[in-house]
Design a binder for this molecule. Structure first.
Ligand code: TMO
Length: 318
């Protein structure tokens, strides 16, 4: 190759990389886009991340999003992160987006997650459904009758979370277990409606089964998950299972952090913090508790959390 051509090539390469460096530098001025959903720990952690990203010199936009469709948004870069990715309800859209390209796995939090139907412990003391927490107790018509509500057609009611969280999993569970003649699923409009239901059932002295999850503030508040037949990969209808297998319970799972593939280039200090950040179960319980029991708003709850864990946060910022 002649030397002139080689020099020309080098100059062109230098110009291209200068341009792309400038492009990424310009991207760093654009806000980091953080999704907010409809349960407290997720929103508080969004604010923790936002406040730390601001400390690192970035600007922040909080973007209302749905928990399932946000993985496509992360994939195409409309969102930079999905910081609470629960295995039981979000693994499918997470891996689908990864398969298409554009979403990366930025590590896991330091805990085990569980999302399952359960009940407040006072129901055991009142004897409303002898045999709980085994699911077999739900086969008793006397038990189901104690969990009926005005909208449940005389059946016992399971109060699910909002339907956008995981669609038909629980109605399919009842069918799979063969107890849909005794129990029916209603969907709550919000997480707050679940906590309101716990209070209402207690006040009315009736049984209640609600969807709940761990880590959450209820870990410290006398709540028990029902024991269903064990989960295994593929048991649910939407994972290829059958009506014989979809009665399976939920998996004990991970809590992952997803990121848009260009986030490390556009906002490197934010990305580095994000990959180091790994919360424990009590810490996520604390985020939820700050809002759901202590009555802080989400920004206040995040500021209080950061103040309470300042040394840890500063280590992750280095
Ligand atoms: C998605 N959630 C943690 C509320 O189950």
């Amino acid at each position: 190759m002649n030397i002139i051509k080689m020099i020309k090539g080098l100059v062109v390469a230098a110009i291209i990389s200068a341009f792309s460096f400038a492009a990424y530098a310009a991207d760093s001025k654009k806000p980091t886009r953080i999704p907010v959903h409809n349960w407290s720990s997720q929103i508080v952690m969004a604010n923790v991340l936002g406040q730390v990203f601001e400390e690192l010199g970035y600007s922040v936009e909080y973007v209302p999003a749905e928990s399932i469709t946000r993985y496509e948004a992360v994939r195409i870069g409309d969102l930079h992160i999905a910081h609470e990715t629960w295995e039981s309800t979000m693994a499918l859209p997470f891996y689908e987006a990864m398969d298409k390209g554009g979403l990366i796995d930025a590590g896991s939090h330091n805990l085990i997650t569980f999302e399952e139907m359960g009940f407040p412990n006072w129901i055991l003391d009142e004897g409303l459904c002898p045999g709980l927490p085994s699911w077999e107790a739900l086969k008793s018509p006397d038990c189901a009758a104690n969990f009926a509500t005005a909208d449940s057609d005389g059946k016992g009611r399971w109060l699910e979370g909002p339907i956008e969280w995981h669609g038909d999993v629980m109605p399919n569970r009842l069918k799979g277990l063969g107890i849909d003649d005794l129990w029916t699923v209603k969907f709550a409009g919000s997480a707050d409606a679940l906590w309101a239901e716990l209070k209402a059932a207690k006040a009315e002295g009736r049984g209640t089964v609600i969807f709940n999850w761990s880590p959450n503030f209820t870990d410290a508040a006398g709540f028990t998950f029902i024991d269903f037949p064990p989960y295994y990969e593929g048991c649910r209808i939407e994972n290829g299972g059958t009506w014989e297998t979809t009665g399976c319970g939920s998996p004990k799972g991970w809590l992952k952090k997803a990121a848009h593939i260009k986030f490390p280039l556009s906002h490197p200090d934010a990305y580095k913090f994000y990959t180091k950040m790994s919360f424990t179960a009590p810490q996520i319980g604390e985020m939820a508790n700050n809002v759901d029991n202590l009555g802080m708003n989400h920004a206040e709850a995040a500021a209080a959390f950061i103040a309470n864990h300042r040394d840890q946060i500063d280590l992750w910022k280095r």
